[in-house]
Design a protein around this ligand. Structure first.
Ligand code: CDP
Length: 221
């Protein structure tokens, strides 16, 4: 038997739909690099807010992005984005970033900057001898890796998702971020044709991951 083929799993979905928890478990189960692209958008947002650059100031955004030096380091199985050598702090999960991230993420300049960086995670995964990668976000199965081996789209009732965030002790405008993410012109949040749709409203995390695993295992050599 030859070496196993490199596999790419894309998981998209709205805020607090269960992407992170399920993709971390899949990463462990199948020896994959875990890539949380939301953390990249959050880190850039934090950095632009710190520099007091408004999303409306396109030339300042372009200049700031050109100046940022991006690198990746591993944190366990997860890819961590460094900007100017610095990892993101806990602030990227705070309310200030929650309130602004979708406005910066709607900018084509920001998305184009991250496109190459995200695709570059394949090289990171190979370099560290992972069997593949699982990448979570909003446009992974539609734009970043439309040819991924597996593409999942997670749904959950908005009330249930708001409840999940509250349980984590986090204040988050889940519905407002979904509205902005779904209505933007560039790479809006939607379930691409051919992706496997999972409604997790009444499912436990184990059940969601179980459905994904069954699907993946059935197609792996
Ligand atoms: O974890 P949660 O679902 O709250 O959000 P996240 O994955 O951390 O993403 C934060 C924000 O980044 C989203 O609301 C989007 O505005 C943006 N994002 C995006 O536009 N495209 C991605 N691939 C990932 C995140």
């Amino acid at each position: 038997m030859g070496p196993s083929p490199f596999i790419i799993i894309a998981i998209d979905g709205g805020a607090a739909s269960g992407k992170s928890s399920s993709s971390k478990i899949l990463a462990d189960r199948f020896n994959l690099l875990h890539v949380d692209t939301g953390s990249f958008y959050r880190h850039i947002t934090y950095e632009l807010l710190r520099r007091k650059i408004s999303p409306a100031d396109h030339s300042a955004i372009i200049a700031a992005l050109a100046e940022m030096k991006f690198a990746t380091r591993l944190n366990g199985r997860s890819a961590e984005m460094l900007i100017g050598g610095q990892p993101a702090g806990d602030e990227i999960r705070g309310q200030h970033v929650n309130d602004h991230v979708s406005h910066y993420a709607a900018l084509p300049e920001v998305r184009t900057t991250l496109l190459g960086y995200q695709r570059g995670q394949v090289a990171v995964a190979r370099q560290h001898a992972f069997r593949g990668l699982v990448m979570e976000g909003r446009d992974i199965g539609s734009v970043i890796f439309p040819e991924a081996n597996f593409r999942f789209f997670l749904h959950a009732d908005p009330t249930e998702r708001a409840r999940r965030r509250e349980n984590e002790g986090r204040q988050d405008s889940v519905a407002e971020r979904d509205r902005l993410d779904s209505s933007r012109k560039t790479s809006p949040l939607h379930c691409p044709p051919g992706a496997v749709n999972i409604d997790s409203t009444f499912l436990s995390l184990d059940q969601v991951v179980g459905q994904m695993t069954t699907f993946i295992a059935a197609k792996l050599p």
